[in-house]
Design a binder for this molecule. Sequence first.
Ligand code: HEM
Length: 275
Amino acid sequence: APCRPAAAPGHPALPSSAPHPRPPRLSASSASAPRPLGPPRSVSIRFGWPRKAKSVGRGRSVRCMAAASDAAQLKAAREDIRELLNTTHCHPILVRLGWHDSGTYDKNINDWPERGGANGSLRFDVELKHGANAGLVNALKLMQPIKDKYPSITYADLFQLASATAIEEAGGPKIPMKYGRVDVTGPEQCPPEGKLPDAGPSAPADHLRLVFYRMGLDDKEIVALSGAHTLGRSRPERSGWGKPETKYTKNGPGAPGGQSWTAEWLKFDNSYFKI
Ligand code: HEM
């Protein structure tokens, strides 16, 4: 098995020589149905649905005509993303991009964009430079040509489209998506640093609960979402975690190096939960 784990507080799967982050196990006490990350519920539109002004919160409304992504462009962009995935094998980093744009969400804040979530704020340098986002500039570089080709798609929608397509192309389920996320307009609308989970906190379960409960997610959902690490690797030169390379990563596919959590780290399956 890859990444032979040595138990350590908060990182039950750490190898002894190089730290490798692994969110701790939580008891799945609550059993509510999974919900999508972030706030798009309020202004989302299904692929191809007619766009209407929708009510957002108390009496405010957003005219989706102006904000929503163009359905034909979304469909064309999905094909370009498939092509990108096939040629560069960038599935993991696109999933991480979608997660880090959405994972700033705070269900207790009513105002947008202060409430964070999938709003395209991760395209700005100030947020890309947050410690938790190390390396994600590479994902933005992959996305920017597609964004330039399809200007009627918001960054927020593009990041989630890329993430869902990557999961699908890696063998995961087809995710029923809705589109219509609105982009923040400038770096001053980016969330403050520290909204995403830390990989090495002193009390990992408490920390994860604090962060994910803030997004409205429960223990079962934390565990399920952590299974996304069935894809990808950690890299010492990015997050500071993991080995420079292993036998599973030294030849790629895609850019070589890093330490994966699973042997087949481009395949979306349940192996993260079995190592
Ligand atoms: C539970 C708390 C979490 C922590 C502490 C955490 C931490 C990390 C760290 C440190 C890395 C390595 C990054 C690098 O060195 O490039 C990573 C990678 C990754 N994370 Fe997480 N993560 C968490 C949750 C999630 C969630 C919820 C998702 C998606 C739903 C996710 C998806 C990924 C993916 C796909 C990668 C691989 C990226 C790549 O190979 O480029 N993570 N995570």
